[in-house]
Design a protein around this ligand. Structure first.
Ligand SMILES: Cc1cc2nc3c(=O)[nH]c(=O)nc-3n(C[C@H](O)[C@H](O)[C@H](O)COP(=O)(O)O)c2cc1C
Length: 249
């Protein structure tokens, strides 16, 4: 089987912080779950610019392509399209995702719907951590799981007792970038629990992606009759998964 392409998105506006640390743990665990079978990349939104959707609605006439091209949105959209699985690692910001990341999701939505990529069948897992202990992690994960479903993807969580919907963590009220890394190195119980949840979740993500890819290959004939799986089938064939731009030959 082809390698599984996992895109890890560190959705924190600051670089190499707690979200990044947990994402690295997830990708290490994915590699452990299927040695030599994983091709992974971390994309940090830190320092990137995502201009907000201004509801011009031109994407509806542009095969999902956003009119705004003078920022970093297109770069991450293309990586998102190409991946078999996505792991979001998110710091909780006011009970939800950071605004910069929400802007990306807003604009990604129409890229998928209007490009007729209605069921890209990516496997998506979410990690969310914050400085408090139960201060928005679960609802942030639930939001991203719901968003995954809306995008025609498959959300995958972790396992009892460490996490159901995904993996959550807290920094014991520390606000520094190295909090979780240091707590984990000290053997602190909650940080350890978070990483254990992540390891299980990463394994499930790999397994589910393998199931989806091999199932897709087996059911190709049926799926080809339904245009909604076009991008998924192109991904299985390692063909480019970006549709032609309006006006492109
Ligand atoms: C604007 C802002 C809002 C925040 N809101 C929350 C919150 O609602 N709940 C929470 O637990 N932590 C909240 N935090 C804390 C961050 O989630 C926490 O510091 C996290 O570890 C940062 O992750 P990072 O190191 O990847 O940037 C907030 C931080 C900022 C800057």
């Amino acid at each position: 089987m082809e390698k599984i392409r996992i895109l890890g998105i560190s959705a924190s506006p600051r670089k190499n912080g707690n979200s990044h640390f947990l994402l690295k743990k997830a990708l290490e665990a994915a590699e452990t779950a299927a040695r030599g079978m994983i091709s992974s990349e971390i994309y940090s939104i830190s320092g990137k610019t995502f201009n907000p959707c201004d509801a011009c609605n031109q994407c509806h006439d542009r095969l999902g392509y956003c009119r705004q091209t003078d920022d970093d949105f297109g770069e991450l959209r293309d990586k998102w399209f190409a991946a078999d699985a996505i792991i979001y690692s998110v710091p909780v910001y006011h009970m939800g995702v950071p605004g910069q990341f929400k802007i990306f999701l807003d604009r990604l939505g129409n890229s998928v719907v209007d490009s007729f990529v209605s069921r890209p069948l990516k496997v998506i897992g979410t990690i969310a951590q914050g400085s408090g202990i139960s201060t928005g992690q679960e609802q942030t994960i639930a939001f991203l799981n719901s968003h995954a479903i809306m995008m025609g993807c498959i959300p995958v969580g972790s396992e009892w007792p460490a996490g159901y919907l995904g993996s959550g963590g807290w920094t014991r009220v520390r606000v520094d970038k190295k909090a979780l890394q240091e707590l984990y190195a000290e053997g602190e119980e909650d940080a350890n629990f978070t990483v254990e949840a992540i390891k299980i979740q990463a394994k499930f993500i790999v397994q589910m992606t393998q199931i989806i890819k091999s199932g897709g290959a087996q059911q190709r004939e049926m799926l080809e009759k339904d245009g909604g799986y076009d991008f998924f089938l192109r991904r299985l064939d390692n063909k480019p998964v970006i549709p032609k731009k309006p006006g492109q030959a």
